[in-house]
Design a protein around this ligand. Structure first.
Ligand code: PLP
Length: 385
């Protein structure tokens, strides 16, 4: 990207290698059930430092599939942060279980362990979401999970390569689910991956992502002959998607280096602005995967977000909002469970006042500097008279 071009919040980074691999798959005629998906799974497991990686059709499918395989259902309660993508909570609802929303830490946007510890009654599972790529306080969360006899399922949609005490996100609980949506750290067009060190869980995820097929063993073992002894979905990943994903993995080191450098430069630039909360790149033992740089305007409303966003846009800088509402205050959840404004004060502040700035590899050489300059001007313009 050259100087002066508009900078969108995100852009998929596809190259000629991806086009070539996709053409190879299309020419082969093997679009599902081939060898590319297992190769992608193996490469991803290695990068994630996990024993197993199971490719699925999206991060949401991976979360839902894992809850399904673990038998989460009616009567179960699952802790979910109030500030997340709605997919985290929906995966619980889809199983007929109830999400129990927990407010977040104002310093990081991550599930607040104090609020989690204060949840009364049983929990079947806890779903920490590594908010915008910074791992949660997993030591506390795991301790609370052990007390409650709950398993931990990480929403790693934005946490590829993030670490906590040196271990990668996706290995910090029972399992983690990653997203390959076009503007995430890497893409497979649509797609997701569940990582786990539990081989039995991985085998069940593989079986249940594809209808519950059970390959026949013994004398009837031949292609096309199967029994079905369990319920399952069609949550498979296609060979085309896996081919794109493999080419992205080849470029991840370069992508992540660019993200880290951009995030550092932007963080330094924004930290000088009075009254602005800039979310940290590291916190305790957690190191971010740098999905974006999150800035939160003052709680007193002295800076008007729409004005800042418009000011950025006028200067050619795209931004995003994570997320436009605390999930419990979205109509579906507030109508069903009676959640009301005031119950999740930190999540509500973030929903109202947050602005997420791009740090992706699409920024190019001078992108982070241009965003920092544009933000400083737009921030001044956004002050209430
Ligand atoms: C994007 C995202 C999801 C959903 O990912 P899909 O691959 O689109 O299903 C879930 N959780 C979080 C935190 C996300 O950012």
């Amino acid at each position: 990207m050259s100087s002066g071009d508009p900078i969108p919040f995100g852009r998929p980074m596809l190259d000629r290698a991806a086009f070539g691999r996709v053409a190879d798959v299309l020419e082969s005629g093997i679009l599902v059930h081939g060898q590319v998906t297992p190769a992608f799974e193996a490469a991803f497991a290695e990068r994630a430092g996990a024993a197993e990686a199971v490719a699925v059709s999206s991060c949401t499918a991976g979360l839902h599939l894992t809850l399904f395989v673990k038998g989460i259902g009616s009567g179960d309660r699952v802790a979910v942060p109030a500030m997340t993508h709605v997919a985290t909570a929906h995966s619980v609802e889809l199983q007929g279980a109830a999400p129990v929303f927990v407010d977040v830490d104002p310093a990081t946007g991550n599930m607040d362990p104090e609020a989690l510890a204060a949840v009364e009654g049983p929990l079947a599972a806890i779903m920490p979401v590594h908010y915008l790529g910074l791992p949660c306080d997993m030591a506390r969360i795991r301790a609370i999970a052990a007390e409650k006899d709950a398993f931990v399922l990480e929403d790693c949609a934005l946490a590829l390569d993030a670490t906590y005490d040196g271990a990668k996100a996706g290995t910090l609980g029972l399992a983690g689910s990653f997203s390959f949506y076009p503007v995430k750290h890497m893409t497979s067009i649509e797609g997701g991956m569940v990582t786990t060190n539990d081989g039995e869980l991985a085998a069940q995820l593989r079986k249940r992502r594809a209808f519950g097929y059970n390959r026949m063993l013994g004398e009837r073992a031949r292609p096309g002959i199967y029994d079905v002894d369990a319920l399952g979905f069609n949550y498979r990943m296609s060979e085309v998607e896996a081919a794109v994903g493999l080419t992205q993995l080849d470029r991840m080191d370069a992508f992540q280096a660019a993200r880290a450098a951009n995030a550092r430069e932007l963080h330094a630039g924004l930290s000088a602005l009075d009254g602005l909360t800039v979310f940290p790149l590291e916190h305790g033992g957690a190191r971010s995967s740098h999905y974006c740089l999150n800035a939160v305007l003052p709680r007193d409303g002295s800076v008007v977000r729409d004005r800042v966003v418009d000011g950025l846009k006028a200067r050619g800088i795209g931004s995003s909002i994570h997320y436009p509402g605390p999930v419990p205050l979205f109509t579906y959840y507030s109508a069903k469970y009676g959640y009301r404004p005031g119950m999740f004060p930190v999540a509500e502040w973030l929903a109202d006042q947050t602005i997420s700035l791009p740090v992706g590899p699409h920024l190019g050489e001078d992108g982070a500097g241009r965003i920092a300059d544009a933000f400083a001007e737009a921030y001044r313009e956004g002050q209430k008279a």
